[in-house]
Design a protein around this ligand. Structure first.
Ligand code: NAD
Length: 338
């Protein structure tokens, strides 16, 4: 049978991106819904063929342990709620997929990892870009040496956060729900890309922040963070993150012989890769894949075979440790060793 997923949190990303992707997946099926809004849950249950008895509220979510159809719990709540629901899911004996950023603190991430380990269940962080064909192709080309020796990476992620017009942005400007501002939410894509493009772990971070605190959106969370990661090989990554610019989701890898641009790099659907050198540029074409479905199918395979996912809890924790070091560097005004 297909692997059964319970979706926890029926917000914008869950309903507009992830739930439709189940239809494109090979091995996954939505079998339960967890929501604070019974009307919405009922409507979506009908649409996805979920039985009425498999609709849960946040309060009675723990009853999911008695539902054998649920193999995986997928947590799509604001970051500060991830730990609680991941731990409860593990205690209910389920594998867990959780959205990024994993959680606002190292202690919460560790609690999530420990709970899943204790339950003998897999924990995966939903880093969809690591399942997206253009990103995978970029990594493969760098590893094969197509760019010569990789020297540095730049990565930029930003958009206009808009809590007054988009309900999904309301929690994003509240520190205790989001755990931080643009860096936690979208700068994390710059950070994660710098790590998967280089294939190395940074040893030092330096950062600077710029936030207009008179802008009502930024009373609690930061706007811009620019950060540099130093990798053991000497490769540097210069990354930006912002909540006050027109949307950008791109990176460029600079090698000794050529550069590789992916712009957009981490968008939902549109991707464009350009490889160039002094002689000119080549735009590579490739079929768009469904990164959401690919990620779900990977989780399903890991649940079925009780196999460690490609992006386990430890991968989410690494980014959170680095994000906290980036904040520390920006605050202290000096590089921080990690
Ligand atoms: P959203 O606000 O639309 O969804 C959050 C859901 O959580 C809502 O249904 C809300 O009702 C529910 N919720 C339960 N308790 C809540 C509480 N105390 N406060 C606020 N909401 C509460 O936001 P979203 O954009 O769908 O984001 C949800 C998660 O998905 C976040 O972790 C976010 O980082 C992640 N996300 C990931 C991607 C990606 O590309 N991987 C994209 C968007 C969002």
């Amino acid at each position: 049978r297909k692997v059964g997923f319970a979706i926890v949190g029926l917000g914008k990303y869950a309903t507009e991106q992830m739930m439709p992707a189940f239809k494109e997946s090979k091995h996954c099926k939505i079998v339960a819904l967890v929501s604070g809004s019974p009307d919405k849950a009922q409507r979506l249950a009908q649409e996805y063929g979920v039985e009425a008895k498999s609709i849960y509220s946040y309060q009675d979510f723990d009853r999911i342990k008695d539902n054998p159809a649920v193999d995986v719990v997928y947590v799509v709540l604001p970051p500060a709620l991830h730990a609680e629901y991941v731990v409860r899911a593990a205690q209910a004996g389920k594998h867990v997929l959780t959205e990024k950023p994993m959680a606002p603190s190292v202690a919460e991430c560790q609690r999530m990892i420990d709970a899943c380990r204790k339950a003998g269940k897999q924990l995966m962080v939903a880093y969809r870009a690591q399942f997206e064909p253009f990103n995978l192709d970029a990594i493969a080309r760098i590893r094969k040496g197509e760019l010569g020796k990789l020297r540095f990476v730049t990565a930029d992620h930003g958009r206009q956060v808009s809590p007054t017009t988009d309900k999904a942005d309301e929690w994003r400007v509240v520190q205790k729900l989001a755990g931080g501002g643009s860096l936690m939410d979208i700068g994390i894509y710059s950070l994660n890309a710098a790590r998967y493009l280089t294939g190395e772990e940074p040893v030092e971070v330096s950062a600077t922040e710029s936030t207009d605190r008179t802008d009502p959106r930024f009373k609690e969370v930061e706007d811009q963070v620019h950060f540099t990661l130093r990798f053991p090989s000497g490769v540097l990554a210069t990354c930006t993150s912002a909540y006050s610019i027109e949307g950008v989701k791109r990176f460029r890898a600079f090698g000794s012989k050529a550069y590789l641009d992916l712009d957009p790099a981490t968008d939902y659907y549109r991707h464009r890769m350009v490889i160039g050198n002094a002689d000119g540029e080549l735009t590579t074409s490739m079929k768009e894949g469904n990164q959401f479905a690919a990620m779900l199918d990977h989780m399903a395979e890991c649940a079925q075979q009780n196999k460690t996912p490609k992006t386990p809890g430890e991968e989410g924790l690494r980014d959170i440790k680095l994000i906290l070091a980036i904040y520390e560097s920006a605050k202290k005004g000096r590089p921080v060793k990690v």
